[in-house]
Design a protein around this ligand. Structure first.
Ligand SMILES: Cc1cc2nc3c(=O)[nH]c(=O)nc-3n(C[C@H](O)[C@H](O)[C@H](O)COP(=O)(O)OP(=O)(O)OC[C@H]3O[C@@H](n4cnc5c(N)ncnc54)[C@H](O)[C@@H]3O)c2cc1C
Length: 393
């Protein structure tokens, strides 16, 4: 490391933190990731499938020099989508071409493995849960970890997700409840155990919407179906509703009670789900959140702009942030303050429209007539695509 290279600490080894370290590493710049998990294997399920957008997620993967590994792992067919109403009527179906690489799907765990395998193992410190970051007089930051150890750095990057412990250094904003709650269900080996459901869902994802609710299964690369059951029920409902998430038979029966007039082929996704049933309140940071740049500390990914999953953008933006910040560090050698300012200016601009979409789509889709609203939205996308094609001619 030359004397002008800042000592970079990345708190959080999720997709954003890993991508940042990787792009810096490609350019010969060292950074240390401090990750709360004690090993890379401690969380066997890393979450569902992600569609990687060409202009954000895929651009980052290219900057990370990992396009070949990514292409070998993606599932273009995962872009297939079906929309149903609650009676089980198919309203719309989209089928992807085999070579459509616009937004191919990849399992989050697979993408994480690609990133982890590409990094110098010494750049990650496992079991380092950040309790607090304290700014020092000389502009550096001191990190205090739960295991009693400390570290100092010239550039601190909070990549520690929704409940970031770095965020308070730049803003007082905190995640707010979006009004919608998910319950996450799964079916392992759906082709072997539930062939009718496997056929219903097909190769990609399915949305069944209406009555302020949704049943939204998606096929993962390991043959598993992950289903998000959505309820517009407001804050605290997941604790107040009385569904016993740790007693699967009772939890399934209680959930089915909310869907008595829905088509059985849709509610079979609840009836036949595995015993792991996970409540997930959908939280978001205020849309348009921005702050005055501070020298020595910044945020990427959910720490900076947690949003509802209804734009399918969170992971893509985490990767894009990582790339923009890495390039800003590379282009401003020895001047972390300038790097942060350049990165944050760009980030706040490109995040705003995505945060607006995430909030708007959540309101449209989990609504009394979510099926009709989503159908109208898809027609709008088709019109926009047709206009784009006309303009290209
Ligand atoms: C149900 C659901 C579905 C989604 N679907 C999509 C989708 O289809 N497409 C999409 O683009 N996005 C999707 N998202 C959003 C996406 O998951 C996130 O935006 C993305 O994971 C953010 O990445 P990140 O690296 O910023 O944070 P995270 O993935 O949350 O990673 C944060 C890391 O920091 C670590 N950490 C946390 N606190 C500390 C601490 N104090 N000290 C040290 N380490 C810490 C954590 O262990 C973790 O490894 C979805 C989100 C949800 C909830």
């Amino acid at each position: 490391m030359n004397p002008t290279t800042p000592r970079i600490a990345i708190v959080g080894g999720g997709l954003g933190g890993l991508t940042l370290a990787r792009v810096l590493q490609v350019h010969g710049i060292e950074a240390t990731i401090y990750e709360a998990d004690t090993t890379r294997y401690v969380r066997p399920s890393q979450g569902g499938t992600l569609d990687m957008h060409e202009e954000s997620g895929q651009r980052a993967i290219q900057e990370a020099g990992l396009t070949a590994e990514f292409r070998a792992a993606v599932r273009p067919e995962g872009q297939d989508m079906k929309l149903f109403d609650k009676h089980g009527t198919l309203l719309c179906e989209q089928v992807a071409e085999e070579d459509d690489l616009d937004r191919p799907e990849i399992d989050r765990g697979v993408l994480r493995d690609i990133l982890l395998d590409s990094l110098d193992p010494d750049s990650i410190r496992w079991g380092k849960y950040l309790k607090e970051a304290i700014p020092l007089r000389d502009g550096r930051n001191e990190l205090h970890f739960a295991d009693g150890t400390f570290a100092t750095c010239d550039l601190l990057v909070g990549a520690d997700g929704a409940w970031s412990h770095v965020r308070p250094l730049v803003t007082d904003a905190e995640p707010e409840h979006s009004g919608v709650n998910f319950i996450e269900l799964g079916i392992t080996d759906v082709d072997g155990t539930q062939p009718d459901l496997a056929e219903l869902i097909g190769r990609g994802s399915l949305y069944a919407l209406g009555d302020n609710k949704g049943i939204m299964p998606q096929r993962n690369g390991d043959g598993r179906i992950r289903t998000y059951v959505a309820f517009r029920t407001g804050e605290d409902w997941l604790t107040a509703c009385g569904i016993p998430f740790d007693r699967p038979d009772e939890a399934r029966a209680a959930m089915l009670g909310y869907f008595t007039d829905w088509a059985p082929q849709l509610t079979d996704l609840i009836r036949h789900c595995d015993d792991t049933i996970v409540p997930r309140p959908i939280m978001q940071l205020p849309v348009g959140l921005a702050w005055q740049s501070k020298s020595g500390v910044t945020l990427i990914g959910d720490a900076a702009h947690l949003m509802s999953p209804f734009a399918g953008a969170g992971a893509n933006l985490a990767l894009l942030d990582a790339t923009e910040l890495a390039l800003a560090v590379i282009n401003n050698p020895g001047d972390p303050a300038a790097a942060i300012e350049t990165y944050e200016k760009a980030m706040h601009e490109y995040v705003l429209p995505m945060a607006e979409i995430a909030s708007h789509h959540l309101d449209l889709m989990i609504s009394p007539d979510g099926d009709k609203q989503m159908l109208a939205l898809l027609a709008q996308f088709d019109d926009m695509a047709a206009e784009g094609n006309d303009a290209d001619r």
